[in-house]
Design a protein around this ligand. Structure first.
Ligand SMILES: Cc1cc2nc3c(=O)[nH]c(=O)nc-3n(C[C@H](O)[C@H](O)[C@H](O)COP(=O)(O)OP(=O)(O)OC[C@H]3O[C@@H](n4cnc5c(N)ncnc54)[C@H](O)[C@@H]3O)c2cc1C
Length: 329
């Protein structure tokens, strides 16, 4: 059922048994071909409000069922900065803390004040500060569990129409600014949407390259202790002289590029061929795309082939980014 107010969400979830699937926009779900045997509650409550926090800052409170990109667009149009680099991401507002949605150098954790949620264990509605959600790279304590349902989300944004500092190299280049500079939030949104379209990362009913869950794998994070061994293994496969993209990922860890590893393991854009029901996007190796008639089994088969191919060549295990329902990789 679609629950159109926070009260309806609470009522529907309290009435459900353990076989519950909380649904936002469905853009990050891979559901088994046999379907889901249980109650599906679609979070569809709407509304938002803005409160001044003083000193050029505002608190934006949004109901979980609002469409994420519409909210980003409205904040940019209202001269609020902060969310613009997260433009073009499909789905609902309530799902954004679940996997700490991120793109182009910004993630929800940087802007989130708190969430109101229904705690299913106690049955209570309570407010949890961002710091209590264990937000990490594409994860939080809410991911892969039905223990809580997000009812509304509160973000801290800046007024004055400027973007957050631009951190992502490719975005800074397109905008013609040095990393760390701010630009009009509307310019950042336009540039992000253009970059995302070029990678098939903005849903388009006429473009099969966008029929995906976005990135199917997260970028692998390796500890400093593991890094030398992993790099040696990659060098022995691709040659010492080939630079391996890697980025700092917090204290004692580095992030490798899943897309780079996939391509170097022999899976080019468009793999396997023009006739397969599931293909790597012809615009972005990380997206597994449904060309119109694919089943979940087809998608998982290609995902396993890619994961196993990368592991065989580099010894790195790719982890799925979407939530798998009734199926495993
Ligand atoms: C083309 C494309 C591009 C994408 N690009 C990005 C990207 O750049 N960065 C990124 O991080 N993600 C990206 N994604 C993934 C996806 O859009 C996000 O994860 C989005 O937040 C999912 O929202 P949704 O409402 O569709 O969630 P759903 O797919 O409906 O649900 C995802 C998970 O969240 C849970 N959930 C949903 N709503 C709630 C709620 N209110 N309370 C508790 N749990 C809830 C569900 O139970 C499920 O486990 C992309 C997806 C696509 C298709």
């Amino acid at each position: 059922m679609a629950a159109e107010t926070a009260e309806e969400v609470v009522e529907a979830v309290r009435a459900a048994d353990d076989r519950l699937l909380v649904l936002g926009g469905g853009s990050n779900l891979v559901i088994a071909d046999k379907g889901f045997d249980g109650t599906v509650v679609q979070v569809a409550n709407r509304g938002s409000k803005i409160d001044s926090l003083g000193e050029g800052r505002v608190a934006l409170t949004v109901e979980a069922g609002e469409d994420w990109d519409a909210v980003v667009r409205q904040t940019v149009e209202a001269g609020l900065g902060g969310l613009e680099c997260l433009s073009g991401i499909p789905g609902s507002v309530g799902a954004t803390p679940v996997q700490n949605v991120g793109a182009y150098g910004v993630e929800i954790a940087q802007l989130l004040i708190s969430v109101d949620l229904l705690d299913r264990a106690s049955g209570d509605v309570r407010t949890l500060a961002a710091a209590d959600l264990a937000l990490g790279y594409r994860t939080s304590m809410l991911k892969n569990t039905e223990r809580a349902v997000v009812l509304r989300v509160r973000f801290e944004l800046a007024d004055g129409g400027q973007s957050a500092p631009i951190r992502y190299t490719e975005l800074a280049r397109v905008l013609g600014v040095r990393q760390g500079k701010q630009v009009p939030a509307a310019d950042a949104r336009a540039a992000v949407l253009e970059l995302r379209r070029g990678k098939g990362m903005v849903l388009d009913p006429d473009d099969h390259d966008t029929w995906s869950v976005g990135s199917f794998f997260t970028n692998p994070v390796v500890t400093d202790a593991e890094l030398a061994g992993v790099l040696a293994r990659i060098a022995s496969a691709v040659g010492e002289e080939t630079p391996v993209p890697r980025y700092p990922a917090g204290v004692g860890t580095s992030k490798l590029s899943a897309a780079w590893l996939i391509e170097r393991a022999g899976f080019a854009k468009g793999y396997p061929d023009d006739h397969a029901p599931v293909r790597l996007s012809s615009k972005h190796t990380l997206a597994l795309t449904n060309r119109g008639h694919a089943t979940t089994d087809d998608i998982l088969a290609l995902a396993r082939e890619v994961r196993d191919g990368v592991h065989a060549r580099f010894g790195v295990t790719l982890e799925p980014e979407p939530v798998l329902v009734g199926c495993v990789l």
